[in-house]
Design a protein. Sequence first.
Length: 191
Amino acid sequence: MQIITLNKENRYGTEAFHSVMDEANKNLCIDYSEKPAILMLLLAKLDISIKFTGIKDYFNDKKERLTGQFKIKRDNKIIIFDYGFSLNDTKTFNSAYSENYTYEGKSLDSVYQFLSIICRDKQEFFNSLLYNCLCSCKLDYYISIDFEEFCSEFGFNPDSIKDKKIWERCLKQSNKPQKIFKESEIECLPD
């Protein structure tokens, strides 16, 4: 066990992935699934974890937000994808950290453990990590392979090179959940 001292320079980053497969996270997902029995069976086959990667402008909207990477393992398949948290989640996380960042000298296994301790009163944040991951997979699963259809659906400009690059990134992202989930399983993921 190492001693961790947090300061403004290393805030939010965690050095390893940490499981989000606890009962509170699973229960929230099951509560918001249209097919909870199928989701329960699916969750038993998955190992999902997160690593926080810091605060940055994730969506190119000039608004800094908490970011992370989710890792999903199923059988011998693994995917890792970047995730940008909502501004509200970032504010919750930021306030918990800024109020307590001088908490030093405790023997902790990781920065993640420290953050989970200081955010106990913000448990809804930690209890929604699995939900956020699965909702993202469900949303990312279906991306139109036709650029003009994509633009029409999401309000992009079919004559924009920048928008075409966004579509290409979305297609690449869509391939990740397709490696882990069957199309029939996507419908049981929470909304």
